[in-house]
Structures are given as C-alpha cells and as structure tokens.
Design a protein around this ligand. Structure first.
Ligand code: CA
Length: 120
C-alpha cells in the first residue's frame, strides 16, 4: 500500500491510495487506485486536503469473508470544529476494489482510546 497525500483524481488534492498485489518474485501483479469515485470508493467520501493515504495497514480479514481488509489514515480530515483526522476501514472485494467503507473518528471531547478498532 502506498499513499499519495497531495494528489487526487477529483481535483481536490484529497489524497489517494494505491494497493499493490505482488507476485512471489516481487513484481506487481495488480494495482488498484482508491480515491473519490475510483476503485469502489464512493464519490464525495474524501474532502480537500485531508491527506488520505498518509498511513495505512492491512487488517487481515476483519469481516471474515475470506478477503483482506485495510485501514487508511486521513490525519487532516475536517469534520468537526477542528481538524481531528479520521481512519477509513476499507472492506475489499477479491479484486481489491472497495466493498464497504467505515470511517472511524474521534468524537468531540473523547480520546482515541474509545475507538472501536485496535491497530497493530
Ligand atoms: Ca474481509
């Protein structure tokens, strides 16, 4: 997974994420771009300058459908009175496009210890 935080396919510089599937010899077997309206990510999911793709990790198979899921950080996501950041849990199809999105954010006045997922 590689993020490109100052780019976007929508002209908003919201950021985007590249998912790469590698072959055993390290060459790229498949590439999927995730951005607003691209790769199964619904249009208007991302906002300008939110730095989507600044971090990311595999979660394993979180929803137990046999397919790997990922999490992508957007540390400058503005959704409240301040820029607090969000993480996006992306449940993937077998072709690495997005099946479902779940945004996890800090609720106003609460610490990040209250998030319902733990990243390792
Ligand atoms: Ca899964």
């Amino acid at each position: 997974m590689v993020g490109e935080i100052n780019s976007g396919t929508d002209g908003l510089s919201s950021g985007r994420c590249f998912l790469f599937r590698l072959q055993q010899n390290g060459s790229v077997a498949n590439q999927t771009i995730l951005s607003n309206g691209i790769g199964g990510l619904p249009a208007n999911t991302l906002q300008e300058d939110m730095r989507f793709g600044a971090s990311g990790a595999s979660l394993g198979d979180l929803d137990e459908d046999g397919l790997v899921d990922v999490v992508v950080g957007a540390p400058s996501h503005y959704y409240d009175a301040a820029s607090r950041g969000s993480i996006y849990v992306l449940f993937l199809h077998g072709n690495d496009t997005v099946k479902e999105v779940s945004r996890v954010s800090q609720a106003a006045g609460q610490g990040l210890d209250n998030l319902p997922v733990t990243l390792t």
